[in-house]
Design a protein around this ligand. Structure first.
Ligand code: TYD
Ligand code: MG
Length: 452
């Protein structure tokens, strides 16, 4: 029996047997999406009894988890890969998703787990070529070059692998639908069917999803509510580091992240990201400040660089900021002019977070101010000093979250002095502080006086 498909308007819900550019119900343009008519009843998927259960009587089922070879990856997943879970790994094309999942498959196969890796984008030879660089070999790793959903599921049913990888979900299509592969309908149908497979056989699966920089491809976005876990794999293509973090996780927190370096032999976990991001820091150069930032739950040290140089365009000097919000940079510059009395008129100002890292928390404000003033005065900052603190519009330095984690990270990388909000310092128990000089400051002016 061939299932019928129907086109459903995503804005008013009215149904139509064929696709139309404009919904006849509500008049919305381009809102019809194909769906399969005779869906199996949702009850097939529900595990809970359909009777009310007393809260106390519910036993928390300890979800068995598979440990993946990469320790930080396990943390991002909330302590390992839950059996029967569906994990979407999203990222821009070329960022390294296939590489990452082939490495994960390699490790699982080496750990005596059978893995079915379905490649819809590359031939088996291409996958093998990559695998050779990654040192794949031995173990029960099966490759399948296939894009038809029904055939993929038939193979998976036959093989009953310990884990399934589908690379990528945008290439998979169901022959029950008329829509082309990669459309919302096809991507959603494929994800739904794979989800059922996962739950029925308690097999964990990874779906690769391509996302463009502005997140505009509807595919992976429309999958977020179907899958159990959404991981994002990010980085700048011209830089070697990559960050993996959870955006949604039904089985754990979403705060952990893992940092990798893309090398000629695949992705290597970076165990000490701070040292990695500071490794090429110039000593005794003006315009470089080390900031203590938090990404996820993890403290990081990063280098903020600033370049202040006299402009050729006096009417309209340049203001550029890479890796840090440029509106915030502009605000900080205005504030330093007004409250401290420096003049940036006639100066081009560039601010950059080294290593291609991007930082989006105000706790690095103080570091940005320090780097800019250091470049303006052409005087380097003390080289064993690190900074954190939010700067308010009156020039006050405001407390930020997790001060102790930031201080400890700076200490562990050999920094001797740290400039931080006085409010943070006052609230800390002196007994907890590591062996590092902590200077609490109340205003930008006071901070600058400490240094210059
Ligand atoms: P890939 O995993 O194919 O990206 P995606 O699946 O997200 O599209 O990786 C793409 C880039 O990674 C490619 O430009 C080459 C680079 N790369 C390495 O630098 N080292 C390696 O060992 C591998 C396998 C890839
Ligand atoms: Mg790929």
């Amino acid at each position: 029996m061939k299932d019928r498909t129907v086109f459903i308007c995503q804005s008013c819900g009215s149904r139509s047997p064929k696709w139309m550019g404009r919904c006849s119900g509500c008049g919305e343009w381009n809102s019809l999406v194909e769906e399969i008519e005779d869906e199996a009843p949702a009850a097939e998927l529900s595990f809970a009894p359909s009777e009310p259960v007393l809260y106390e009587d519910i036993r928390e089922a300890a979800k068995p988890r598979i440990q993946i070879g990469i320790e930080d990856f396990n943390k991002v997943l909330g302590g390992g890969l839950v059996l029967g879970s569906l994990v979407l790994v999203g990222g821009e094309p070329g960022i390294g998703k296939s590489t990452l999942l082939l490495q994960v498959s390699r490790d699982m196969a080496a750990g005596n787990e059978s893995v079915l890796y379905v490649s819809g984008e590359e031939s088996l030879e291409q996958v093998k070529l990559r695998g050779d660089r990654l040192g794949v070999g031995g173990g029960k790793l099966y490759l399948l070059a296939e894009t038809n959903l029904e055939r993929i599921l038939a193979q998976a049913e036959g093989l009953k692998p310990g884990a399934l990888v589908v690379d990528s979900i945008q290439t998979v299509y169901s022959s029950k639908m008329t829509s082309t592969p990669g459309t919302i309908s096809q991507v959603r149908e494929a994800a739904n069917q794979i989800f059922r497979f996962c739950k029925r056989h308690q097999v964990p699966a990874f779906l690769v999803g391509h996302i463009t920089k502005d997140g505009s491809i509807a595919g992976p976005k429309s999958l977020e509510h179907i899958v159990d876990v959404v991981l994002l794999f990010e980085g700048e293509r011209d830089h070697s580091h990559r960050v993996l973090r959870a955006m949604k996780n039904r089985f754990g927190p979403v705060s952990e992240l893992a940092v990798f370096e893309m090398t000629s032999a695949g992705l290597q976990p970076i165990l000490n990201p701070s040292a990695f991001f500071l490794r090429e820091r110039p000593r005794d150069e003006a315009g470089s400040a080390v900031v203590c930032t938090i990404k996820g739950t993890r403290p990081f040290l990063a280098e903020v660089q600033a370049l202040v140089s006299s402009t050729l365009f006096t009417a309209n000097p340049r203001r550029m900021s890479i890796g840090f919000d440029h509106h915030r940079t502009a605000m900080l510059l205005a504030l330093v002019e007004k409250k401290v009395g420096y003049s940036f008129a006639g100066e081009d100002i560039y601010v950059n977070v080294a290593g291609g890292m991007s930082i989006d928390e105000p706790a690095v404000d103080l570091g940005v101010v320090m780097a800019v003033v250091s470049s303006l005065k052409n005087g380097p900052l003390p080289k064993d000093m690190a900074f954190f603190g939010e700067v308010g519009l009156s020039g006050e330095i405001r407390s930020v979250g997790q001060p102790l984690a930031r201080i400890k990270e700076a200490r562990s990388l050999g920094f001797g002095t740290i400039l931080l909000p006085a409010g943070n310092l006052a609230a800390l128990d002196k007994a907890d502080l590591p062996d590092i000089q902590c200077l609490g400051v109340r205003t930008v002016r006071e901070a600058l006086q400490h240094v210059f």
